[in-house]
Design a protein around this ligand. Structure first.
Ligand SMILES: NC(=O)C1=CN([C@@H]2O[C@H](COP(=O)(O)OP(=O)(O)OC[C@H]3O[C@@H](n4cnc5c(N)ncnc54)[C@H](O)[C@@H]3O)[C@@H](O)[C@H]2O)C=CC1
Ligand SMILES: O=C(CO)COP(=O)(O)O
Length: 320
């Protein structure tokens, strides 16, 4: 079975490099000039500098060529996923489509698996998510991720196909839990970056990670997820990585907010739109998600980090 990756960003390129260790893999870039640059230099200078593309990796800007594979990884930002599926749906219908993005769609409140099902009901939808930086995967460093697929047989087959020498996949049928873990941890990472950026200390970060995890669970369980999924790689695992490393773009955005500095708006930061989508969803579902609401207020400039902290600390006392 052959594999293609759609989206030649940092993550798509890193996954394609790792998968190339299993056999031929195709990486599709929508931009012709970007594809040509990668074909010539055998590097993705813009998104993953310093890493060579292996010979088993073919770069193309021809979607039809990429869509010849049986398994297609979708590695575009969450808010772009629907646009890609709508534009290329004819070529992708009926394939095994593995979303590799983390987030909640702002316009619908859906996660990536739901968006695939909504756009292409005849496709077989799955999700690859968990703690991993593209640069680590591309350098061959050991990584463990979650492969979520409701169909157990397809999940097993994808797990076997997409596990590589440095990428160990665990499988689950709980797509809702995997979607929400990967999406919501980015919101908490923004909050953690903000407290560290503002000099509020490691104790504050630990408090936010723990109470943030409680919020993630609250939303996920209310949506039908299983608690053990949240405790796994796609939830707790990715929360830990993203909240504690300045390699994370979500963390770095928060850090900039905490320091009162600007942040390059062209950088992919999934947690910003996801915070807004989650806050709206929480309101509809009558769920208490104070950290998420605070992140939205910080992003909107409605609160300073110091007012936000005071507000969170002065909430009514409750049981843990
Ligand atoms: N970079 C990382 O370390 C990791 C990223 N992810 C997830 O992977 C997803 C993608 O992130 P990155 O690759 O890091 O972002 P990136 O900013 O490096 O790349 C995004 C790529 O998507 C392409 N793109 C955007 N809209 C498109 C469309 N409609 N059709 C085709 N291509 C389109 C862009 O041209 C760009 O090449 C995000 O959801 C992110 O959370 C997950 C784990 C690790
Ligand atoms: O999802 C990631 C780590 O698992 C990457 O984090 P950022 O998107 O914050 O860079």
């Amino acid at each position: 079975m052959s594999v293609s990756v759609l989206g030649a960003g940092a993550f798509g390129t890193a996954l394609a490099i790792s998968l190339a260790g299993n056999g031929p893999v195709t990486l599709w870039a929508r931009n012709n000039a970007h594809a040509e640059q990668m074909q010539t230099s055998r590097r993705n200078v813009a998104r993953l500098p310093g890493v060579d593309l292996p010979p088993e990796l073919t770069v193309t800007s021809d979607l039809a060529e990429a869509a010849e594979s049986d398994t297609i990884l979708l590695s575009v930002p969450m808010q772009q996923l629907r646009g890609l599926l709508m534009a290329e749906g004819d070529a992708l219908a009926g394939k095994a489509l593995v979303a590799c993005c983390k987030g909640i769609e702002l316009s619908t409140g859906m996660g990536p698996v739901s968006v695939i099902r909504d756009c292409l009901p005849e496709a077989q939808a799955a999700l690859l998510t968990g703690p991993s930086f593209a640069a680590d995967i591309a350098r061959g460093l050991p990584t463990a991720l979650t492969l979520a697929c409701e169909d157990p047989a397809l999940g097993l087959s994808l797990q076997e196909q997409l596990t590589t020498a440095n990428l160990r996949l665990y499988r689950t049928t709980d797509t809702v839990g995997a979607e929400l873990g990967g999406a919501l941890k980015n919101v908490i990472a923004i909050a953690c970056g903000a407290v560290i950026g503002a000099g509020l200390g490691e104790s504050a970060r630990a408090a936010l990670m723990t109470r943030g995890y409680a919020e993630m669970q609250r939303m996920a369980l209310a949506c039908g997820a299983r608690a053990e999924t949240l405790a796994g790689l796609s939830g707790f695992g990715d929360l830990t990585l993203t909240c504690s490393s300045d390699l994370s773009r979500n963390y770095r955005l928060g850090f900039a907010i905490g320091r009162g500095e600007s942040f390059d708006p062209s950088i992919t930061v999934e947690g910003a739109a996801t915070a807004r989508a989650t806050a709206a969803k929480a309101e509809d579902m009558r769920l208490d998600m104070p950290i998420t609401q605070t992140v939205v207020a910080l992003l909107d400039g409605r609160l300073t980090i110091h007012d936000a902290t005071a507000q969170l600390l002065s909430r009514p006392l409750k049981e843990e």
